[in-house]
Design a protein around this ligand. Structure first.
Ligand SMILES: [Zn+2]
Length: 187
C-alpha cells in the first residue's frame, strides 16, 4: 500500500543500532519509489517539497502510532490530513476486464501537493476500508517498520518473522544466558 510504503521511507539499521537514514533525501531512491508506486509529478522536488513530504510523513506516523497505542488520532491531525487531501482532485475512469469493473483514479494535477494528497488518501482509505487496530510498528526497537497486520489471529509482532523475529529471539536467548552466567558468578 502507498501509505505504509511511504512511512517506511525512513530506513532503520534493524540489525545494528537502529541508525536512521532518510531516503526522501536520496533522489535516486525517490525516483525508483515513485516509479514503483506509479506516481507522476512534473518537476524535481524542491527543498520545500521535500520538507512538506516529511511533514506529511510525520503526520501519518503520529496517526499510525496513536492506533498502535490503542488510542485515536488528534482532531487537529485529521483536520491537517483533510487539508492535504483537498489538493487531491482526481478523474475517475471506469474500466472493464475479465475480473469485473474497476474505477481508476488519476490525479488531475502533477504537483507534489497532488502526490501528497494521494498518499494521505491511501492512509484514509485504509482507516475506512480496513481495520486501523491492525496497524503495527515492528517490535524490534531498532527497526520500527510500520505495517498492516493481516494475519487471521492479529498476532504479527515483527515486520518479518524470519528477520526481525529471529534476531529478537537470538537477542532474548543471549540476554538470558548472560543473566544466568552472571547469577552463577555471584553464587
Ligand atoms: Zn522489523
Amino acid at each position: 500500500m502507498l501509505w505504509d510504503d511511504f512511512l517506511n521511507s525512513v530506513h532503520h539499521d534493524w540489525r545494528g543500532d537502529g541508525a536512521a537514514e532518510d531516503r526522501l533525501d536520496d533522489s535516486d531512491w525517490l525516483d525508483a519509489w515513485m516509479d514503483k508506486q506509479q506516481l507522476v509529478v512534473d518537476h524535481r522536488p524542491t527543498a520545500k517539497d521535500i520538507t512538506s513530504l516529511k511533514r506529511l510523513r510525520a503526520l501519518l506516523h503520529r496517526m499510525a502510532k496513536s492506533f498502535v497505542d490503542n488510542s485515536r488520532p488528534a482532531v487537529e491531525d485529521i483536520v491537517m490530513l483533510n487539508e492535504i487531501m483537498a489538493d487531491g482532485a482526481v478523474i475517475r475512469t471506469l474500466s472493464a476486464d475479465d475480473d469485473g469493473y474497476r474505477i481508476k483514479l488519476s490525479p488531475i494535477g502533477k504537483q507534489w501537493t497532488n502526490l501528497e494528497a494521494e498518499i494521505a488518501a491511501s492512509f484514509s482509505r485504509m482507516l475506512t476500508d480496513n481495520e486501523p487496530s491492525r496497524i503495527r510498528i515492528c517490535d524490534n526497537p531498532n527497526c520500527l517498520w510500520v505495517y498492516y497486520d493481516d494475519t487471521r489471529n492479529r498476532s504479527k509482532r515483527y515486520c518479518d518473522d524470519k528477520m526481525c523475529g529471529n534476531l529478537m529471539k537470538v537477542r532474548r536467548f543471549r540476554a538470558r544466558k548472560k543473566a544466568e552466567s552472571s547469577s552463577n558468578n555471584t553464587n
